[in-house]
Design a protein around this ligand. Sequence first.
Ligand code: NAD
Length: 477
Amino acid sequence: MQKCQNYINGHWMDSSSGEVIEVNDPATGKIIGQVSCAKEEEVNMAVDAALKAHNSRVLVDMPPMERAKLMRTIANELRNVANEGGDVLCRENGKPLPNAIFEFMDAANYFDYYSGLTDKLEGSTIPVNNTVIDYTLLEPYGVSAHIVPWNFPMSMLARSLACAFAAGNATVIKTAELTPLATASHFAKAISNANVPAGLINIICGYGNEAGSILTAHKDVSQITFTGSVLTGKKILHAAAERAIPAVVELGGKSAAVVFPDADLDKVVNAAKGGIFGQAGQICSAMSRVVVHKSIKDELVERLANMAKGLKVGAGYEEGAELTPLISEQQLQKVENYARSGQQAGATLAVGGNRIDREGYFFEATVFDNVKPDMTIAQEEIFGPVLSVLTYEDEAEAIHIANDTAFGLAAGVFTKDINQATNAVNQLQAGQVYVNSWFTGSIATPFGGYKQSGYSREKGQEAIKGYLQVKNVGIQL
Ligand code: NAD
C-alpha cells in the first residue's frame, strides 16, 4: 500500500493532524494507498514557502536560458518516472495504463514547450514624447495556486504549472482527493530530482472544501488556476473576487458533434469511441451529444451501438481494456441516475444504460436515441460513458441544438463539404471546434471554454498571459 506525504519547501512531510485520505482502485473498490491530509497549517506552510521563494527572486532573476534549462531538466525527470508513475496513476484513476504513462510524457512535453517561452516574454516600447522613454515589463504575479481535478491529474497539473513556472511564479498545487498518489509520489520526485529550488513548487493533498478553499482564500496567493466543475469554479471565482485577484478557470462541458447528411459515418463512430467512451466519458470535452440529420440517424445509431457493444471492458491495467471504470461509487450512482432520468423522459436506449455486474465502478457504454434538446441528459454534464443522439431537419436547427446548453467547451462538425464545415464552425459557440474528428488539439493550441465552460485560455502561447502582469515604466529624460 502506497503512503504519500505533502511536498512543502523541498521536503516531504505529514500533516500535523495525522489525518490521512485513503485512495481506492476504481476497478475493484479496494484501498490501494493513502496520503497525508493537508490542513490549514500545511496550506499556510506551503504558501509561506512559495512566497519566500518568490521574494528571494531565485526564479524571477534566473536568466531566461537557465530557467528554460531547469524546465527541460524537470521534463527529463518526468520522463524518467513515467512508467512507475503511470502505473500508480492507472491504479488510482482507473484509466488505461498507456494513457496513464502518456500523462507523464504529456506533463514532460508541457515543460519542454513552455521552456521555449522563457526568453520570449517581451514587453514593448511606447512613444510618449521625446523627453520620456516608456516601456513595459512582463512580471509574474508571485504565488500562483493550482487546483487540479481527478480525471487528468498529471496533464491538467502540468498544463498550468509549466506555464506559471515559465512566467516566473512560485506555485502551490492542491491535488484532487480521489487521485493524489501519482502527483504526491512520482511528480514530486521528479521535481526533487530536478533540483528545483525549495519552495518554488509545493504540493499539498487535502480536501477541496478544506485545504482547497483555505488555499484560494489565502492572503498571499496572488493568482489562482482552477480546473474542475462549474459548481466549484463559481466558488473559486467568488474567492478570487473577494480579494480581487485573477483566476483562470477551466470548467465542464456538454459538447455536441453536428453530423451533416454527407458525413463519413466511420469518422463519426471512431470519434465517438474515444470522444465519449474513452476514459469512461470522464473527459471535460467529451463528445457527449451527437446532433445528426434525421435522414441518416437510424444508420448512425446502429453503428454507434455496435461499436459500443464491442468495447472491451476492464481495469486500466488489463491489456487492451477500452471501457474502464468510473472514478467512484458516487460517480457511478450519478451516471445511473442520469440513465434512469433519460428513460423516464422518453429517450430510448439503443445500447447500455446499466451498471456492469462486476466489482468496481463500471457502467455500460450507453447510447440514447430519441433525445430531445430539453431533456436533462441533453443539458447536463453526465461525466460518464453516455452518448445522447438528437436529430435535426435543417442546419439552423442543428446549430441551435448544439449551442443550446449552458456550456461551450468543444464542438464538432462532420461533413465532406468545406463550405458547410466553415459555416457551421463560425456559428458554434465553443472554445474548440473539431472538423471530421475529435480531440485534434496539441499543447501548442489554445484550450478553454465559452459560456459556463470557463474563460482565459490554457495551452499554446496564449496561456502565458494568464500568469503575467504588465508593468509600465516611464523615464523622464
Ligand atoms: P471538482 O470541481 O469537484 O473538483 C476539482 C478540484 O477542486 C478538486 O481538487 C477539489 O478538491 C477542488 N475543490 C472542491 N471544492 C473546492 C473549494 N470549495 N475550494 C477549492 N477547491 C475545491 O471537479 P472534479 O469532479 O474533480 O472534476 C470533474 C470536472 O472537471 C468536470 O466538470 C470536468 O468537465 C471538469 N474538467 C474541466 C477541464 C477543462 O480543461 N475545462 C479539464 C478536466 C476536468
